[in-house]
Design a protein around this ligand. Structure first.
Ligand code: PMP
Length: 384
């Protein structure tokens, strides 16, 4: 053989407490469902699971829209799907830029020849509707892209009422809820959101690799009259026929991963059992406790205004005298907890701590704060 069989080393399988901005730990029930039997992509059992997922997603996004399904891929595939199904080179995308995800949207638009306009705030702030409306009035774009919860900065953008403002200017509202759905209020229909995607690996505590998306009636009309072609793999007009969005078409488009559809179904059952209001208040209460303890121990928030702070991902300044990597290493190797450093505009400026989904509880908060306090003392001391 040209290439002999390789020798694989054993890898560390220690289960860590995942308190970065994602992924979070997986719910035990979801882990169990990941090993359910493999199904063929053209059998009724498979379509029934997909039907359960669509029902659960309507609840999670709070929409009655029929164009609702999941894309095979991580969060980025949702971003690429909503942008490229709705916009082509004859359209314009206004990007509300405050963190790395808006930058990614800009890159995707660029790769598909979609012209963009930018309206920007500093990374530690969020947009006022006045600023957004001024940009909408000025550019009259086909769509506005905005991130609800920004995991690179730790901010939450107010959205309630933004859909109406967008629609006044003939603009569709596109929203990233990757790190917010299931943890903070999001009401697609009530807020006039036209296209949205989320993730499974953050507040829903499932595995990454399958990404829910939903489109409003207005967005569907735009898709029906579009003059450009999105990629085959992300074309929702084709994928909708596999997900039986409008009729029992039961088409084959591609092989969805059976473990992932079982897992997503279970995440949605868990969310429906808890109910959205209870999940939102659990996250709000847990984060309030976390922030109180951080303040008590002298950690400084990166985001100055409390109302701008995201409930799932908290950003604090790197403690004085600490190198962020040493701090994270201490927490990981001594305490078995993963937290992250900055990303995009917050690189070198912040530690990002995610307390969400199955980890949003008092016990996890206490462990994380104890580990952070210990790291502050130990890492600083060892540098002196
Ligand atoms: N948007 C936000 C807000 C995110 O936090 C992430 C992931 N960290 C993404 C998009 C991209 O998701 P993925 O890594 O699953 O592709």
């Amino acid at each position: 053989m040209l290439v002999p069989p390789p020798q694989f080393e054993d890898r560390d399988e220690r289960e860590l407490l995942l308190c970065g901005p994602g992924p979070s730990n997986i719910l035990p029930s979801v882990r169990k469902d990941l090993t359910k039997p493999v199904l063929s992509p053209i059998c009724d059992d498979y379509f029934n699971i997909m039907s359960d997922i669509r029902t659960g997603l309507k609840y999670a996004f709070q929409t009655k829209s029929e164009l609702i399904l999941a894309i095979s891929g991580s969060g980025h595939s949702g971003m690429e799907t909503i942008i490229t199904n709705l916009l082509g080179p004859n359209d314009t995308l206004l990007i509300a830029k405050r963190g790395i995800w808006d930058l990614r949207a800009e890159t995707i638009a660029y790769k598909h020849g979609i012209p963009t306009h930018i309206t920007e705030v500093p990374f530690n702030a969020t947009f006022s509707f006045e600023q957004l409306e001024a940009a909408l009035k000025n550019y009259r774009p086909t769509a506005l892209f905005i991130t609800h919860g920004d995991s690179s900065t730790g901010t939450i953008q107010r959205l309630e009422g933004l859909g109406d403002i967008c629609h006044k200017y003939g603009t569709l509202l596109l929203v990233d809820t990757v790190v917010s759905l299931g943890a903070v209020p999001f009401l697609m229909d009530e807020w006039g959101v036209d296209a949205v995607y989320t993730s499974t690996q953050k507040a829903l505590s499932g595995p990454a690799g399958i990404t829910p998306v939903a489109f409003s009636e207005l967005a569907q009309q735009k898709i029906n009259r579009r003059t450009h072609e999105p990629a085959f793999y992300f074309d929702v007009t084709l994928i909708a026929k596999q997900w039986n969005c409008f009729e029992k078409s039961k088409n084959y488009h591609h092989t969805l991963s059976p473990p992932l559809i079982w897992a997503l179904r279970r995440c949605l059952i868990e969310l429906s059992n808890e109910t959205l209001p209870k999940a939102w208040s659990r996250h709000a209460q847990t984060t309030a406790l976390f922030h109180k303890m951080l303040t008590h121990y002298g950690f400084e928030f990166l985001i100055p205004k409390p109302e701008d702070r995201l409930a799932t991902v908290t950003t604090v300044k790197v403690p004085k005298g600490c190198v962020d990597q040493d701090f994270m290493n201490h927490i990981r190797y001594k305490h078995g907890i993963v937290i992250f450093g900055g990303l995009g505009p917050t690189v070198g400026k912040a530690l990002r701590i995610g307390i969400m989904g199955v980890n949003s509880n008092e016990d996890v908060v206490t462990k994380v704060v104890q580990a952070m306090v210990d790291a502050t003392r130990t890492v600083v001391k060892s540098k002196i």
